[in-house]
Design a protein around this ligand. Structure first.
Ligand code: IPD
Ligand code: CA
Length: 266
């Protein structure tokens, strides 16, 4: 097997084990452990426990690789491969009992920053729906055993688009203004609450496009590979000194340029 396929297989195994742990903990009841960047930005004990499990499994399987996780930060490796991990993407949904959350695991090569890395493999697993999205570079994107492709055309009613809003109340008016500019392109807008699944849904053709400002690397590392391996396009703006992560846009080729233009992606 090729390196991307090996990494994909490992991401799949660990995402499923980690997702099962998240699901079991959710059934037992979830308490918010702390708030992070803003009052609305929460972490549960399950986020930490699931990340610890993923990190331990990766250390055993590939001790020379680096790690970048939402809850425990980064560690440089010697192999040139880094695992970029969101143990529970959609934590607010998770805490409220909404089944739209996922374990997101990606393996990237090169400098572990989104501007520099090349994603080699990724898995996004939604435990309640038992949906496993996965991709390896050059090998396509898959939902279980079914190959994924982005939507072909956008009908006259417009595109079905998704977005998200940052946790910081100060950034909400800007996010709403951006959504307002996009609305003329849209037949409707979704805000599901888990960026990795938004991207997986673009890959699966369940959404025509997605845009959001302020995502962290672990929110989109695996999902961006799903989109491009499914024939879609993924773009990210240039980081500036605002302190906020740049806009990302992911879409089928049929709508990408129009979405990039109205969102002023650059
Ligand atoms: C969040 C989700 C949400 C997005 C936020 C992310 P988290 O991740 O992906 O959809 O709008 O920007 O931070 O905090 O649940 O891991
Ligand atoms: Ca998370």
């Amino acid at each position: 097997m090729s390196l991307p396929r090996d990494l994909e297989a490992l991401a799949i195994d660990i995402a499923q084990e980690a997702g099962e742990l998240a699901r079991v903990r959710r059934e037992a009841g979830v308490a918010i452990a702390a708030t992070k960047s803003a009052l609305a930005d929460i972490v549960t004990e399950a986020d930490r426990e699931v990340e610890a499990l993923i990190r331990a499994r990766l250390r055993t399987a590939r001790p020379d690789d680096g790690f970048l996780g939402e809850e425990t930060g980064g560690e440089t490796g010697a192999s040139g491969i880094t695992w970029v991990v969101d143990p529970i993407d959609g934590t607010v949904n998770y805490a409220y009992g909404i089944p739209t959350y996922a374990v997101s695991i990606a393996a990237v090569q090169g400098d572990p920053t989104p501007e520099a890395w090349e994603a080699l493999a990724g898995a996004v697993f939604n435990p309640p729906g038992r949906e496993l999205f996965h991709a390896a570079r050059g090998e396509g994107a898959w939902l279980g055993m079914t190959r994924l492709g982005v939507s072909a055309d956008v009908g006259p009613a417009g595109a079905l688009l998704a977005t998200g809003f940052g946790y910081d109340p100060a950034t909400r008016p800007g996010d709403l203004a951006l959504t307002g500019r996009v609305l003329p392109l849209a037949r409707d807008i979704r805000r599901a609450g888990a960026a990795s699944l938004d991207l997986a849904y673009v890959a699966a053709g369940r959404l025509d496009g997605y845009f959001e400002r302020g995502l962290k690397p672990w929110d989109f590392a695996a999902g961006a590979l799903l989109v491009t391996e499914a024939g879609g396009r993924f773009g990210r703006g240039t980081p500036d000194d605002s302190g906020r992560s740049p806009l990302v846009v992911a879409a089928s080729p049929a709508i990408f340029d129009a979405l990039a233009e109205v969102t002023e992606l650059r």
